[in-house]
Design a protein around this ligand. Sequence first.
Ligand SMILES: CC(C)(COP(=O)(O)OP(=O)(O)OC[C@H]1O[C@@H](n2cnc3c(N)ncnc32)[C@H](O)[C@@H]1OP(=O)(O)O)[C@@H](O)C(=O)NCCC(=O)NCCSC(=O)CCC(=O)O
Length: 341
Amino acid sequence: MLVLRDVQKTDLPGLKRLAAVLNTVNLPNNEETLEAIIDKSVKSFAGRVKDPFEREYLFVLEDVRNNLIIGTSMIIAQHGTYEAPHIYYEVSEREHYSASLERHLRHKVLSIAYNYEGPTEIGGLVVDPPYRATQDKPGKQLSFVRFLFISMHRRLFRPRILAELLPPLLPDGRSLLWEACGKKFTGLTYLEADRLSRQNKEFIKELFPSSDIYASLFPDRVQKVLGEVGPATRGVQRMLERVGFRYVERIDPFDGGPHFEADTADISLVRRYRTLKLTDEDFQLEGDDVLVAAERESGRNRFRSVRCHARLDNTTISLPARAREILEVKTGAKLSIIPFE
Ligand SMILES: CC(C)(COP(=O)(O)OP(=O)(O)OC[C@H]1O[C@@H](n2cnc3c(N)ncnc32)[C@H](O)[C@@H]1OP(=O)(O)O)[C@@H](O)C(=O)NCCC(=O)NCCSC(=O)CCC(=O)O
């Protein structure tokens, strides 16, 4: 069985192993960066970051048989502040018509835009390759757990949620849009720029052109990736669309990956969130497929969640003994639940 939980300081070696396997922009293979991400998350879960909108939460999925961390996902309470705006390209269509030539042309136009009171962002979703698309659906667990946590703490999050999806990249990890555009205005590589932009947005504002860019000027293969989702991320897109997210005609100014958004209150999983009391029954049948979470004030970690079959009624929930054990809960505990369908 797998457990979803808040990351701990002791998880650094486990995350390093995962980052070394993946080396993606989502989980950078750099000890200092990983330490900083863990530290911020531990403080966020503990409520030790005073402003709730400055909190960033990292969830890990652990295989309890061998204590291996097999994936991660994140929530950034607010993406886009006065210090670090959320920067994107608004994608629009512009029409030109010449009566004398009888020529009518449509162009895709990219306009740089800034958001200072941004939405909550979900991101950092990765699963160790051998575990991907297995029966447990680890990617789906890591994706859904964030909606469970947000449902449990609505006041700590914004009324809108953003997911920036990864576009197709070249085999060596470079981005076609970056090579055609961002690189020419910054003199940086895609990876350098991505790393820098985590701490510093100023250089983007200063170095990127402030005027509109006609995408028609890019080679065809660059135009094709604008707003496209990469092959490894299509499952994520489908999961998000199914719970209510839509493409909002905005793309990442670095790599062209599309932005998907939803109103928090409209996300199907948030609407179907409930809290129930745990019974003493050891439920071993095929019941409802759910994601169940328990929280505590202190101890080894604060948040734990499992996917399992359960019996639900209006006020109570019965779980398999193994799920109770993993959640470390006793009869009468208040549990939080969303469907896993
Ligand atoms: C994306 C994940 C995390 C997905 O993990 P898994 O492969 O374990 O997925 P899973 O749980 O088995 O399946 C989840 C759901 O997606 C469906 N699914 C899986 N692959 C699919 C594909 N290629 N096309 C269409 N649907 C697909 C499954 O049927 C299932 O839905 P059913 O319920 O129908 O069965 C992984 O593939 C991965 O690490 N990829 C590389 C990194 C990556 O691209 N990360 C996303 C970056 S974008 C990001 O981080 C922001 C967005 C976000 O955080 O949510």
